[in-house]
Ligand binder design. Structure first.
Ligand code: ZN
Length: 349
């Protein structure tokens, strides 16, 4: 039996929101076109993860992915989104997550103990995460209220400027060291998140923003869905120097399944063998140690390797990891143990 997977990032709430609230919980419970739903999770041993709330930019995703199949690309950062526009979208997607809980599809976890018991009992676990803090006001009132509602993780930016900082563009090949980092307001956000026990996600920050969080946060450094820059020199991936800082803080990285961040050529093309994912895992384990690596699939938000196009395919990945020589203890850590450890340290028990 493979250990159950707890995952650092999915965008299923955005997909359910786009399809319309009326069909959300039924399609999630009975099965839908997409990567995550209850039947696929049961089949694949997907025990849950961070459910991202994300406010989409009015750009066409297909044309963005098309551009990312070229040898070299540099997508411009989308325009900022104002609080008045972002807030209702965040409320709608949060409401969908609460409805999924009400309908018995999953449990929203606010403590590490709740997460631990969900995974042990085979109930799908959800961590309420916001990817890009456009819905947080400058006084952070919404942050406090959302925390009470269950928010336990936030990215100060997606790849788009906010009042808190500057995001990293989708650029290949490229250093992540592009542009300014956090603004003063971003430093206040970090401080309040530390006080409340909300995890700060580094994944869409550029390198300057990364070091700003590293300098100011009192908690382990975490990139929920990012890969190895040494293997795939994409602006979204982490350099060995960044990985060293994450290790030193006792944080972790979740392996992103998005093919553009896995492939050495940075292309958003899905014919990626599982060995390429294991190359990233090996490098992450080498730089971070066995206790600081997990998954952050980006399911329902990215093009992923063909074999894993739904979470029902996850046993294939775990079989490949076993075959590569990862033992039982390491498998358990990578599949969920490390996320539990880091969240316990970040949230408090
Ligand atoms: Zn993302």
């Amino acid at each position: 039996m493979h250990p159950v997977i707890f995952d650092g990032h999915n965008d299923v709430l955005l997909k359910l929101y786009n399809a319309g609230r009326a069909t959300a919980s039924e399609s999630f419970l009975k099965g839908r076109e997409g990567a995550i739903d209850v039947p696929s999770a049961k089949a694949g041993g997907f025990g849950g993860g961070f459910f991202a709330i994300f406010v989409p930019s009015p750009t066409d995703l297909d044309s963005k992915f098309e551009e990312m199949t070229k040898d070299v690309y540099d997508l411009p950062l989308p325009d900022p989104i104002h609080w008045e526009d972002a807030f209702p979208v965040v409320m709608s997607q949060a409401a969908i997550l609460f409805e999924l809980e009400e309908q018995g599809a999953l449990t929203i976890c606010r403590t590490a103990a709740e997460l631990r018991s969900c995974l042990a009992e085979g109930r799908m676990a959800a961590v309420l995460h916001i990817e890009g803090a456009e819905a947080i006001d400058p006084d952070l009132n919404t942050l406090d209220v959302l925390y009470q509602a269950g928010l336990r993780s936030i990215g100060p930016v997606w790849s788009r400027e906010t009042i808190f900082g500057h995001g990293v563009p989708f650029r290949y090949p490229s250093t992540p060291d592009i542009g300014a980092g956090l603004k003063d307001q971003g430093l206040r956000l970090v401080k309040r998140c530390n006080e409340l026990g909300i995890m700060i996600d580094l994944s869409h920050l550029n390198e300057a923003g990364f070091w700003d969080v590293a300098r100011h946060s009192t908690k382990p450094l975490v990139a929920t869905h990012s890969n190895v820059h040494e293997i795939c020199p994409h602006a979204r991936n982490l350099t060995d120097k960044q990985l060293a800082a994450i290790a030193e803080s006792d944080g972790m990285v979740g392996l992103n399944f998005a093919v553009a961040f896995l492939r050495a050529d940075g292309k958003m093309l899905s014919d990626v063998p599982l060995e390429q994912m294991i190359r990233h895992l090996d490098h992450l384990i080498e730089k971070l140690g066995e206790d600081r690596v997990g998954f952050g699939s980006d399911y329902d938000g990215a093009v992923v390797p063909e074999l894993l196009n739904s979470c029902a395919g996850l046993p294939k990945l775990r079989a490949a990891m076993r075959q590569h020589g990862y033992d039982d203890a390491l498998m358990t850590k990578l599949c969920h143990g490390n996320w539990l450890r880091v969240l316990e340290k970040t949230w408090g028990a």
